[in-house]
Ligand binder design. Sequence first.
Ligand code: ADP
Length: 271
Amino acid sequence: MKYFAGIDVGSTAIKVAVVNEDGQISGVHVTPSGSLFHKNSTDALHALLNKLSLQRDDIHYLIATGYGRKLFKEADDSISEITANAIGAFETGKALGGVRTIINIGGQDSKAIQIDSNGHVVNFAMNDKCAAGTGRFLDVAARNLELDLEALGDMHFQADVAPLTINSTCTVFAESEIIGLLAKGHGKAEIIAGIHYSIASRTVRLAKRVGIEDRVYFDGGPALNKGLVAALQDELGRELVIPEHPQTTTAFGAAILARNEFFAEQSLEPA
Ligand code: ADP
């Protein structure tokens, strides 16, 4: 059996996905990016290979994507995260009823991508200038509120008053605003719900720039946060399609493309 890998060297987390020659996912691995992007990417790849009892030579083609993709020079090819995300979401979305709009929130940026019925990108918009609508905002908020990042999702539903309005348009100012709200005696849950709604309304504005069509797929690490999912569904006024592994869709897309490029180069049809 031949295997193919995608490695998404993100601003916050490195994601690796391996697929077999049928394009089925064999495994995924997620690890913090840290400051040593190349070393941590190599370690992440080997950690997944070990988990799957595979050798490096079993990987016949590897494609790097993401913010730090150029640093992973041993990849056979590299592609933009927009393309990789679109392929990953299109393939994953097939079993979930199909998707045409993708919303991705990452560690330091957010994106909205519109794809056609064949999975090709027709339009996209990206916010990489302001961290207030991204995972970074959630990381900072969790630290200020002395909570684990994973706890934010459940806390969202514990607010017994309406979510607070967070006005700051920048993470640094939002940090002061959160501290100010705590000092006024507001509860953590209402602050968290306010943060989720603030990210959700920014994200909807971004998605409206590309046009929201049909079923909307939500991925990236923050899609693991059920409170944010609920706020985004509320702001969008529709249900979101959330994959089982939302953080690794882009790495999966790169792995699928690696498989397809390998067979195209060999002019071979996969078995
Ligand atoms: P990037 O590709 O830019 O590195 P990711 O898609 O990996 O970004 O998302 C990273 C963000 O995901 C983090 O900043 C964090 O806010 C969020 N995140 C990661 N794991 C979880 C989790 N278990 N629950 C909630 N949020 C999470």
